[in-house]
Design a protein around this ligand. Structure first.
Ligand SMILES: [Zn+2]
Length: 262
């Protein structure tokens, strides 16, 4: 009998960042060799360029899908014209979500009122296009939840790279959102996060991601992260839920497919 093989899905990677220049095909080869059956290329983080790059990548790689959005760091760019450009990108083939969008009060790279406006505008765009949303929130739990509740997320979404506490996780689940765990889940000091992953978020609502090129899981910590590394986060999640890696991979990969309609 063949060994069962873990079929993993990296639900969040920034493959358009300069860290991957000239190496995207190699990165995807290594991911496939590690059992990664799909990657969501997040088109957000370098202004509108990211969205365009993710759309192009997804068009030429059958195991890559794209999102398009304006990151909270870039919220000052999100005027009406930019949202119109996003709308044009979002209807392209293999674009499966709007985001990442949200609020980041840790770095405050854009003024908070601009972040809130950009977030609300992108939630409305997602609703109009019947797409789920990829949400980034850091040190902004209350405002993130207030805006999600006010605008609504009828097509679902994900709290990506979750690093919040129990209250945010429960509120997100109540809104119908999924919760995605990154390499942080493997960090020695992340006991609080591991408790949330184990006790609060059911496996049926959990995703795994790398957030490449950031946040490489143990044992790659401190180096460039790439989608092949998602196996370490999935293994930790499996351990927390007392299931095999193959089972955790099967459930989380199914969650990605359902959420994004793949
Ligand atoms: Zn990201």
């Amino acid at each position: 009998m063949r060994e069962p093989r873990a079929e993993l899905f990296d639900s969040h990677a920034h493959l358009d960042f300069a860290d991957f220049d000239g190496d995207v095909d190699g990165v995807l080869e290594r991911a496939r060799a590690a059992g990664v059956v799909g990657v969501i290329a997040v088109g957000s983080g370098r202004g509108l360029e990211s969205g365009a790059a993710a759309v192009v990548l997804a068009a030429r790689q059958l195991d890559v899908w794209a999102t398009v959005g304006i990151h909270p760091h870039d919220a000052v760019l999100a005027d009406d014209a930019a949202v119109a450009v996003l709308r044009g990108l979002a209807v392209r083939p293999r674009v499966v979500a709007v985001g990442e969008t949200g609020l980041d009060y840790h770095y405050d790279h854009s003024p908070r009122p601009r972040q809130r406006d950009a977030f609300a505008a992108q939630l409305r765009l997602a609703q109009e296009l019947r797409l789920p949303v990829v949400v980034h929130t850091r040190e902004a739990d209350d405002d993130t939840l207030a805006i999600l509740r006010a605008e609504g997320v009828p097509w679902g979404g994900v709290l990506h790279c979750f690093s919040g506490g129990e209250r945010l996780a429960r509120a997100g689940l109540e809104l119908g959102l999924h919760v995605s765990f990154s390499g942080v889940l493997t960090f020695p000091k992340a006991d609080g996060l591991r408790a949330v992953a184990r006790d609060v978020v059911p496996l049926e609502r959990s995703l795994v991601e790398t957030d490449s090129p950031y946040l490489a899981p143990v044992p790659h910590r401190g180096r460039r992260c790439e989608p092949a590394h998602v196996v370490h986060t999935a293994r930790k999640l499996a351990e927390l839920h007392g299931v095999t890696l193959e089972e955790a991979a099967r459930v989380t990969t199914g969650n990605v497919r359902r959420l994004f309609g793949l």
